[in-house]
Design a protein around this ligand. Structure first.
Ligand code: 4NP
Length: 155
């Protein structure tokens, strides 16, 4: 099972989703069965570490925070099973980028939840990052339950 988290810059929301999911998988002893990565639809921050406010959230959660930002590439659409977009704009961009024959299913991280988007916290304050964390956390619990139910959290 391979999951790619995607936002705009790959420095705030998607690395947070990647780190929190990796942490949840580790706690459940499932880290070996799921590959988790993240990328941005844009490449302006490629090569940079996550935003310090995302790093702070991840460190408080005991989650990894050693990501390096990158832009999504065609190969991602062939290598990942599911690509989870943080907001609708990201999802639209991803559908436009998807090459012919792509294997990955594209969905909103918060599909079926209200609100169904994780808002961009970049220009706000620290509270925005705590809110993002709560929105991501709730969604991840839902995906984990679904993947478990579908038998996807095994080799
Ligand atoms: P992210 O946040 O998409 O959650 O990583 C952003 C980070 C940087 C920019 C936009 C969103 N930016 O325009 O530089």
């Amino acid at each position: 099972m391979r999951v790619l988290m995607v936002c705009l810059g790959n420095i705030c929301r998607s690395p947070m989703a990647e780190g929190l999911l990796r942490q949840k998988l580790a706690v459940r002893g499932l880290a070996d069965f799921v590959t988790v990565d993240s990328a941005g639809t844009g490449g302006w921050h490629a090569g940079e570490p996550p935003d310090r406010r995302t790093v702070a959230v991840l460190q408080r959660a005991g989650a990894p925070s050693d990501m390096v930002a990158r832009q999504i590439v065609d190969a991602d659409f062939h290598q990942f099973d599911v690509i989870l977009a943080m907001d609708r704009a990201n999802a639209v961009t991803l559908r436009g980028f998807a090459p012919p024959g792509a294997r990955a299913a594209i969905a909103l991280l918060r599909e079926g939840l209200s609100p169904d988007e994780v808002p961009d916290p970049y220009y706000g304050g620290e509270e925005g990052f705590e809110r993002v964390r709560a929105l991501i956390d709730e969604a991840l619990e839902g995906w984990l339950a679904r993947w478990e139910h579908e038998g996807l959290l095994r080799r």
